[in-house]
Ligand binder design. Structure first.
Ligand code: SAM
Length: 206
């Protein structure tokens, strides 16, 4: 796989980043999502899974979890920290997510989407919709604020994301704005939850 451009800056300090990600619990980061978690049994796809915090927490709740992460150092850390959980760790990247198959009851994109440029977001949303089971949930958090040095990040609004998702058959069911849990004053977050229509059709594709 050619190295996706969105991963710039992640491999270099993977240990330090993982310590930060693991410093907050899944329930704290994704409180907005808890009422929308699908029934068990269910399949979860965590895209851009980083240190594996969310994938491991969802596996502990009883879901069958596939965690996709393109940075080898982060995948190694996730396996080391959460090797006792039944997560399938996969090397793949948005927008194509090559090799990811089947459909999922929950697709999680936590702090990942703003790494994609406009073209990648269009292709990526189509792929996310394709991988979401009818009636399934897509949960996304978007970071707003100046990017950390060395990272490839775009200003992506919640409004644009809701529009793009809608055109791919994903209807917004919850949206919220909030501060940064890691305490950065210039960073804010949008939390978005979508539900896949029962027959997902991408506009313009019939
Ligand atoms: C800010 S971290 C978030 C990690 C984790 N989801 C969390 O919330 O703690 C962003 C993650 O997205 C991954 N990433 C960047 N570009 C990506 C792409 N094109 N496809 C999939 N993941 C990507 C990075 O490697 C990194 O693990």
């Amino acid at each position: 796989m050619t190295r996706p451009r969105g991963v710039a800056g992640y491999g270099e300090d993977a240990e330090g980043l993982a310590r930060r990600y693991e410093g907050v619990a899944f329930e704290e980061v994704h409180g907005e999502l808890l009422p929308w978690l699908p029934d068990l049994p269910g399949r979860v796809l965590d895209i851009g899974s980083g240190s594996g915090r969310d994938a491991a927490a969802l596996a502990a709740r009883g879901y069958e979890v596939v965690a996709v992460e393109p940075v080898p150092a982060l995948r190694r850390i996730a396996r080391r920290l959460h090797g006792d959980t039944a997560v399938t760790w996969v090397d793949a990247a948005l927008p194509a997510l090559t090799g990811v198959r089947g459909t999922f009851d929950l697709v999680l994109l936590s702090a990942v989407w703003m790494h994609l440029d406009e073209r990648e977001r269009v292709e990526g949303m189509r792929r996310v919709a394709e991988l979401t089971a009818p009636g399934g949930i897509v949960a996304m958090s978007l970071r707003h604020g100046p990017p950390p040095a060395g990272r490839r990040m775009f200003a992506v609004s919640a409004a644009e994301t809701v529009g793009l998702a809608g055109r791919c058959g994903l209807a917004v069911v919850h949206r919220a704005e909030g501060p940064d849990l890691l305490g950065r004053a210039d960073v804010r977050w949008s939390a978005l939850v979508f539900r896949a229509r029962h027959r997902t059709t991408v506009e313009g594709k019939g």
